[in-house]
Structures are given as structure tokens and as C-alpha cells.
Design a protein around this ligand. Structure first.
Ligand code: UGA
Length: 427
């Protein structure tokens, strides 16, 4: 078993550290945020992630997992160092590597000889060699080992991945890194560093394009009276296409797809290639939200100003409390701009996010609908599909619903007197 240091305790670093300790490794997680480390050391978890608390508690009780702000202590005997730092989007669309690179500069002085620095963060293709230049430690090796975990199911995805990708310039280093995962049953692909970095970008952009494709097909279905749910099922049965990531919605968001698609587009542009296919996928994603606003306008007789709208769901998808780049926030913000009065309910959000501060947050689906003329479903929380429409109908002044996730049963809601609209469906 290995001594590992994980730098950064965001959703990638924290789940990575906890999962590696569950494989039997001795892991120290380091973060510069003292409050966060104190919170974790008190036994709390700063993010909503299924199964993470159990793994952290287990790792700590076995003496295999610890958390500190002391980088020197974390690196003292580490054989492997995982970089799990944020790479947000810059103004020009490129990835901002300042945090990552400043961390690389800092760790250079403390790494023990023969250590391996492994990049888990999503980075532009070629970053491996930039890190090598900044590190200036010929006695230390580097590897790229991108993560493919989804927020909300990060533990499950880490321990049961579809594949493990390791990019390095030496077979020996690749094998050392792959051996960290020997307790996991998954195909392992050893490749060169740039290909490993490209695999991560190509995967995220492909998934985003797949989603934009089904969102565009949803528009076609609306225009020609087809039902996108059946269409999606029908095309997903072709194993070459696959059934996943074919659920239409209010557009893809979150902390990864928007920044990663823009970063790949920027990389293409910088190298003189016009990646129109990806650019169009991003554009389709912007148009999805405009169409939803138009649908709301037409449902409210072309006037939104002063109208009360109930919103169910603010997070960028269900089973997370993450609001970053959430389509729901973007839609609510646009509606506020048009003068709507909005009351939101989300199972994980207790304080109104600053971007939509004129909206109100309430603690039940029922109170969000009080006096509303329209109900808008923006996140696919499964509990929404269990709600009794009769109780909701009594609260609203007008029974209209736009279900942007197609999670409610149109028949049940129509029987309760609602004018139901889904996405990509003829109703
Ligand atoms: C995504 C990738 O799925 C992970 O493989 C990757 O590791 C991660 O980014 C990352 O780069 O760190 P995540 O951002 O957690 O994971 O979110 P997804 O579950 O992929 O969903 C992204 C967006 O697509 C959400 O807004 C979601 O609502 C939307 N979506 C997803 C749909 O609209 N329909 C679907 O069928 C699936």
C-alpha cells in the first residue's frame, strides 16, 4: 500500500482521498482553506456526496486518512501526490491554471525523491509538460490520471469506473500509478500524457454534444408532434449510440461541461482549427434556455411582468447541492429580469443564491406554489414526481406547468386540471 498526498479537497479531491484510503492506502489530504479542514476534522462533509461521509469516517478510524493545511506534513513521505485543484474558465474561454501552477511551484521544494506527481484536475492538452518545466525536479516523475466521476455519485464512479487512464512518458511510472488502483476491477489504458489529457476533454465534450443533440432533437419533436422520450429510448437501444445522456432538459450545466467545452474550443482555435461541431453544441445549449423562456412567455399570454411563478429545483442536476453554472439559476435570473415574482423550492438550497437574490426561497413545494400562475420544474429531483397535483392545484391561481425535466406524469397532472407542457413532447 502507498503513502499518498491529495492536494485540494473539493468534490474531486475529497472523494479521491476517501476512496484511495478505502483501497488501503495511507492518505493525507491538504487544503489551504483552514475552515474547510476544521469542518472535515470535526466529522462534517462540506459537499453533498452519497457515501462520502461513511468512507471518510472509516478511513479516519482506521488511521488511513487525515486532513491538514500543512503542505510540508502532507508531502513529507508521500510517494504519490494527486493534484485535485480547480481549473476554472478564464474570460477568453481558456482554463485558468494559476492555482494549479502555483501549487506545483510550492510543492517542488518538499517532494521526496522518486515521488510521482499525478494530475487529476482537468487540464489543457500539453499541461503535463508545462508542469514538468515549473516543477524542475528531474528526480520526481509526473503522470496524468484524469477523473471521470460525476458529482453526486463520485464515490460509486471512483470505485467502479468504466476505465482508468494513465498518461506518462515512462512505462515504469505508468505501471506504478496503475498499481494504486489494483483493488479496482476496470480496464486500464496506459498512454502518453497528452493523450490522457485529451481523453478527458474529448469525453466531456462528447457527452455535452450528445446532450445538445438530444435537446435539438427535442425541438424537432415539438415542431413535428413526436415524443422525445420514445425517440430517445428508440435511438438509445442502438448499442453504438447507448441509452445514457439522452435525457433532454433545460441544458447542461455544472462546474465541468461549460468550462471544459469552452476550454477545448479555445485549444482548437489556438491551434488554428475551427471546431464548429463543438461550438454548435454550446450554442444549442444556450438556445435551449431561450426556448424555455419563450415557452413561459407564451404560456403566460406574452407577459411575465408581475406574474408569480413557482420554481422547483435550482441545482444543476439532482443529488447534488451544487449551483455552479446551473441552467435553473440562468432561467430564473432571466425571468426576474422580465419582472417575474419567483418563489423557489429546492431540497438542498436554504439561502437564495446571490445571482437571483430578488427571488424568494421557501421550504416546501406547496408554499412555492402559493398564488402562482405557473409552475416550472427545473431540476429532476425524484421526490417531485411523487407530489400530489391536487394539493398543488389548490395553491395556484392558474394551473399551468412547464416540466423542463419531463419527470412528472402528464396524465396525472392533466387529470388534476393542469395545462401540462414537457420538453420535446407534443403536449
Ligand atoms: C461531468 C461528467 O459526467 C463526469 O464524467 C466528469 O468527471 C465531470 O463532469 C468532471 O469533469 O469533473 P458532472 O458535472 O457531475 O459530471 O455532471 P453530469 O452528471 O455529467 O451532468 C452534467 C449536466 O448534464 C447536468 O446539467 C445534467 O442535468 C445534464 N444532463 C445529464 C442532462 O440534461 N441529461 C442527461 O441525460 C444527463
Amino acid at each position: 500500500m502507498s503513502k499518498i498526498c491529495v492536494i485540494g479537497t473539493g468534490y474531486v479531491g475529497l472523494s479521491c482521498g476517501a476512496c484511495l484510503s478505502s483501497l488501503g492506502h495511507n492518505v493525507t489530504c491538504v487544503d489551504i482553506n483552514q475552515d474547510k479542514i476544521d469542518l472535515i476534522n470535526r466529522g462534517e462533509i462540506p459537499i453533498m456526496e452519497t457515501g462520502l461521509k461513511e468512507l471518510v469516517d472509516e478511513g479516519r478510524s482506521k488511521g488511513l486518512l487525515s486532513f491538514t493545511t500543512d503542505l510540508k506534513e502532507g508531502l513529507a513521505s508521500a510517494e504519490f501526490i494527486f493534484l485535485c485543484l480547480a481549473t476554472p474558465q478564464s474570460e477568453d474561454g481558456s482554463a485558468d491554471l494559476s492555482t494549479l501552477m502555483s501549487s506545483v511551484k510550492t510543492i517542488a521544494a518538499y517532494l521526496k525523491p522518486n515521488a510521482v506527481v499525478i494530475t487529476k484536475s482537468t487540464v489543457p492538452i500539453g499541461t503535463f509538460f508545462d508542469i514538468e518545466k515549473v516543477l524542475q525536479r528531474p528526480d520526481v516523475s509526473l503522470a496524468s490520471n484524469p477523473e471521470f466521476v460525476r458529482e453526486g455519485s463520485a464515490v460509486q464512479d471512483f470505485l467502479h469506473p468504466d476505465r482508468i487512464i494513465v498518461g506518462a512518458t515512462s512505462e515504469f511510472v505508468s505501471q506504478r500509478v496503475a498499481a494504486i488502483y489494483s483493488g479496482i476491477d476496470a480496464p486500464v489504458l496506459l498512454t502518453d500524457p497528452s493523450s490522457a489529457e485529451a481523453i478527458k476533454h474529448a469525453s466531456n465534450s462528447f457527452l455535452a454534444m450528445k446532450l445538445s443533440y438530444i435537446n435539438a432533437i427535442a425541438v424537432i419533436c415539438e415542431l413535428y408532434g413526436a415524443d422525445v422520450l420514445d425517440v430517445s429510448k428508440g435511438i438509445g437501444l442502438d448499442h453504438r449510440i447507448g441509452a445514457e445522456f439522452l435525457t433532454p432538459g433545460p441544458g447542461w450545466g455544472g462546474s465541468c461541461f461549460p468550462k471544459d467545452t469552452n476550454a477545448l474550443l479555445y485549444m482548437a482555435r489556438s491551434a488554428g482549427y475551427k471546431f464548429g461541431l463543438l461550438g454548435e453544441a454550446i450554442e444549442v445549449n444556450n438556445v435551449v434556455q431561450k426556448r424555455i423562456i419563450e415557452r413561459i412567455l407564451s404560456s403566460l399570454d406574452e407577459s411575465i411582468s408581475g406574474k408569480r411563478i413557482a420554481v422547483w429545483g435550482l441545482t444543476f442536476k439532482a443529488n447534488t447541492d451544487d449551483l455552479r453554472d446551473s441552467p435553473a439559476i440562468q432561467i430564473v435570473s432571466a425571468l426576474l429580469g422580465l419582472g417575474a415574482q419567483i418563489r423557489c423550492f429546492d431540497p438542498t438550497v436554504r439561502v437564495i443564491p446571490p445571482a437571483i437574490r430578488q427571488a424568494e426561497i421557501v421550504d416546501s413545494v406547496e408554499s412555492s406554489c402559493e398564488g402562482a400562475e405557473l409552475l416550472l420544474v427545473l431540476t429532476e429531483w425524484s421526490q417531485f414526481s411523487q407530489i400530489n397535483p391536487i394539493a398543488i392545484a389548490k395553491k395556484m391561481t392558474s394551473k399551468r406547468i412547464i416540466d423542463c425535466r419531463n419527470i412528472l406524469d402528464p396524465d396525472t397532472w392533466s387529470e388534476a386540471g393542469f395545462q401540462y407542457h414537457g420538453i420535446g413532447r407534443s403536449n
